[in-house]
Design a protein around this ligand. Structure first.
Ligand code: FS2
Ligand code: SF4
Length: 541
């Protein structure tokens, strides 16, 4: 196996024996083959100039397939094999319907067993591209598209689609098979991926807010009650909605974990008396937190950490693209409806959660809420009460080096504000950082996809202050990344013209030295240094 798509990749060069994430060789190879099958479909769509608007089922299966291959989303070899078979069936039907007569291997290869899949996968993975710069750019595009696919899938679940995003996914994936494209062509395509990243995040923002209302300032309880309970993790708000509807009046409470915390900020979910609070921290802390929670856990997306004990594994359920061997995956019917009764019944028989902390955290500062406070914010900037904003969005992770972000937040001068989104926030959202004239010093917009809100806020401030360039704003970007959704967020920011983003705790292992050089020279991207040096640099920039 070879995988270097996430920040925790072994030695920052690649996982080759087993994933640091827990992914084994078989799963890694099946994921490679699934990506290759998606490239095959994309090739057919592009070569036959098929309109993506006509490909309803295929569009959706392509999103799901790419989502399955995101870090920590799906560890279930059987589920991935089933998806490969499904996608190859769709690919072959598409080739027939469109009279595709090309011979690109991804569009025509066949496999008839797990063994043949694994053998085929060995020759189509990341290392199949020999030139390291071309490989680096192809993978950068693919990882961005994986993140885009995840966000587009959530929007799809709410009934919002944009055919141009599907068309771009086919264009981008097909381009990674095209040996005639130069490094410059692929750099241009990387920026185009960022352009579609903005579209995808805007679509999801529109989907979430049109269905559930605009996030608003909310104090979220982090303590527990004495009722049996279900913990829901991941990013999908339609799953959140269905779980709350189905648990209503059953005596079973619902808590969020990790990236589901921002569900509390949406007006539509506030009416449920059994929606109690957030339990624990970011994804990698689940190992201990799931033990003390006692009740069943529903994963709606990544990030799954392979459970350490059969007792915890026996309480895990997945849905959508998420999967773990031996843990039931709750399917959707043709209308997207899911039956969570097995989870609810299990919860009723289990003890209530142990309390691991008490108090509350405040969030809900997505674009609409911030714009409602715009006058106050602008006055504070004009008066000098706020010197600088720090966008510290992105992901959290296990590495000790991420303590940097807690220290960075602690040591920032008291006239600065942190704008956050994604699970990166757990490194500082429980610190007592105070407020500036009533504006909290940590403003949480929501999930990683809500980094879109931070971009909207920046563009609005640019307009209010009458600036020509978003880089003239007193905003610094110190972003933490882990998996491929952070890649699309980064590409989206680059597309919007944001410069001098610092990215940590390590620069991606999949960037070859030459590609890294382009990003440094063109966009001023840099890694992180010491907390003291970085704060000094940003405050004087
Ligand atoms: Fe955090 Fe994991 Fe949000 Fe990522 S919970 S690293 O999936 O997408 O961010
Ligand atoms: Fe390694 Fe990350 Fe790939 Fe897992 S997803 S195998 S940790 S690079």
């Amino acid at each position: 196996m070879f995988c270097y798509q996430c920040q925790e990749t072994a030695k920052n060069t690649g996982c080759t024996i087993k994933g640091v994430c827990g992914k084994n060789e078989e799963v890694a190879k099946l994921q490679d083959l699934l990506v290759y099958a998606v490239k095959g479909i994309s090739e057919i769509v592009v070569k036959t100039k098929t309109d993506a608007a006509e490909l309803h089922t295929i569009n959706h299966e392509v999103l799901t397939s790419l989502f399955i291959t995101i870090t920590n989303a799906n560890f279930d070899a059987d589920a991935i094999e089933t998806q490969i078979v499904k996608v190859l069936g769709l690919r072959d039907q598409l080739a027939k319907d469109t009279e595709y007569n090309g011979n690109q291997d991804a569009a025509v290869f066949t496999v008839d067993s797990r063994e043949s899949m694994l053998s085929k996968a060995s020759s189509v993975g990341v290392l199949a591209t020999e030139n390291e710069d071309i490989r680096s750019l192809r993978e950068l595009i693919i990882y961005g598209i994986k993140g885009l696919a995840a966000y587009t899938e959530h929007a799809y679940n709410i009934g919002k689609e944009d055919v141009s995003i599907y068309s771009f996914i086919y264009e981008g994936m097909a381009a990674t098979l095209d040996n005639s494209l130069t490094a410059d062509d692929l750099v241009a395509l990387t920026l185009k991926t960022g352009e579609y990243g903005v579209k995808g995040m805007a679509l999801l923002d529109e989907a979430n807010t049109s269905r559930y209302g605009n996030p608003e300032i909310t104090s979220v309880n982090i303590g527990v009650r004495k009722n049996p309970a279900i913990l829901i993790s991941g990013h999908d708000l339609t799953d959140m909605e269905q779980l709350l509807e189905q648990t209503k009046g059953t005596g079973v409470d619902v808590y969020t974990h990790g990236e589901m915390l921002p569900a509390h900020y949406y007006p539509a979910f506030k009416k449920y008396d059994n929606f109690v609070g957030n339990y624990g921290n970011s994804w990698w802390m689940q190992v201990g937190e799931f033990e003390s929670f006692h009740g069943p856990i529903l994963f709606t997306t990544n990030c799954i950490v392979p459970p350490k004990t059969p007792e915890v594994a026996g309480r895990i359920f997945t849905t959508g693209a998420a999967g773990f061997p031996g843990c039931p995956n709750i399917p959707a019917d043709e209308n997207g409806k899911k039956d969570f009764s097995a989870i609810i019944e299990m919860a009723k028989k289990l003890p209530s959660p142990d309390e691991i902390e008490t108090g509350s955290i405040v969030g809900g500062f997505a674009h609409n809420q911030i714009l409602a406070l715009a006058d106050k914010v602008v006055d504070a900037v004009k008066s000098g009460a706020i010197k600088k904003f720090f966008v510290m969005a992105g992901c959290d992770g296990r590495m000790k080096s991420r303590e940097y972000y807690t220290e960075f937040a602690k040591q920032l001068p008291s006239d600065t504000i942190i704008l956050t989104a994604g699970c990166a926030k757990y490194r500082y959202n429980k610190l007592e950082l105070g407020d500036i004239g009533g504006i909290p010093r940590v403003l949480d917009a929501g999930q990683c996809n809500d980094s879109y809100s931070l971009a909207v806020i920046a563009l609005k401030l640019k307009e209010v202050f009458g600036l020509d360039d978003v880089n003239e704003l007193p905003i610094a970007y110190n972003i933490a990344w882990y998996e491929q959704k952070a890649v699309i967020v980064l590409l989206a920011l680059l597309y919007l013209g944001v410069k001098n983003i610092h990215l940590g705790p390590t620069l991606p292992g999949f960037l070859s030295p030459n590609v890294a050089k382009v990003l440094v020279e063109t966009f001023g991207i840099a890694g992180i240094g010491t907390v003291e040096d970085d704060i000094e640099f940003f405050m004087n920039a």
